[in-house]
Design a protein around this ligand. Structure first.
Ligand SMILES: Nc1ncnc2c1ncn2[C@@H]1O[C@H](COP(=O)(O)OP(=O)(O)OP(=O)(O)O)[C@@H](O)[C@H]1O
Length: 258
């Protein structure tokens, strides 16, 4: 069969889920989720508490084993592989608790992330090539920390710490980045800056972002996928989702999106 011209092809798709499900002793927290996220797309995952958003991220990143379905990254099947193998396939995940080296400078943290060598000590002794240095400076700029390269990471603000971790993911060559509530605990100013940084990553990175703050979602999202009771309830552009009657009923209650 010839595919319609606008149908997503394997080459366009960075992350593809096909009937993904997990059964926790009879409870299906994720229940047959299929979705395709294009290269360079930013997709927001929306859903009420317990809808299955974090579990879906866990299934993609290999933290939890699925009981049904498939995960493909850049066309390569990674279903139920070990976390480090899925990371090697290009999936990077940022948790709310950052994993930075607080005693090292911002720049050193990025150098450690950039090096493929295992072990911090080996990485500290590593001399980066010219191309790598250029790339590191670009990332420092992108994450808004160009003036804080020599600052000890332990002295960064909450927001700056989150941005540093994003930079580390970028330098680990994570082409598909999973973010779970990236603005949690941030000030309004930090949230706005996070939106700017995330918007800069679009095109070069594929992002799947779980977020509840609708003002932030409007700033970053192109398309939204809504989960409800482990299933996809709706998918589409922001305005479509905000006016979707079933989404309003299931997730937003009588007040609508605020
Ligand atoms: N290991 C597990 N065993 C049993 N049930 C689990 C397990 N992990 C998650 N669940 C359940 O699966 C459901 C989905 O949880 P999940 O954390 O994915 O939801 P969520 O959409 O991320 O919610 P929130 O917005 O509150 O973080 C919840 O009812 C949760 O209690």
């Amino acid at each position: 069969m010839i595919a319609p011209i606008n149908a997503p092809t394997q080459a366009q798709t960075a992350l593809m889920l096909d009937g993904l499900a997990v059964d926790f002793s009879g409870f299906r927290a994720v229940d047959g989720v299929s979705m395709a996220v294009d290269h360079g797309e930013l997709r927001v995952l929306l859903g009420a508490n317990g809808a299955g958003k974090t579990t879906l991220m866990d299934l993609i990143s290999g933290r939890t084993r699925s009981t049904e379905g498939h995960v493909y990254v850049h066309g390569q099947e990674v279903t139920n592989q070990r976390e480090h193998k899925i990371a090697r396939a290009g999936v990077g995940r940022k948790f709310q608790i950052p994993s930075i080296f607080s005693g090292l400078s911002v720049r050193k943290n990025l150098e450690v992330a950039q090096s493929a060598r295992p072990g911090v000590l080996a990485n500290l002794r590593l001399r980066l090539g010219a191309d790598e240095r250029v790339r590191l400076e670009e990332v420092l700029e992108t994450i808004g920390l160009a003036d804080a390269g020599e600052t000890e990471a332990g002295f960064l603000s909450h927001g700056q710490t989150q941005w540093l971790e994003l930079g580390m993911l970028m330098l680990q060559n994570a082409s598909v980045i999973l973010l779970d509530e990236p603005t949690a605990g941030m000030t309004q100013g930090e949230t706005a800056k996070t939106a700017e940084i995330i918007n800069r990553l679009k095109g070069s990175h594929t992002l799947l972002v779980v977020e509840h703050d609708m003002a932030f979602v409007r700033d970053i999202a192109e398309r939204i996928t809504v989960l409800h009771l482990g299933k996809v309830l709706a998918e589409g552009k922001v305005a479509f989702i905000e006016n979707h009657p079933e989404v309003k009923a299931a997730y937003l209650g009588k007040q609508g999106i605020s």
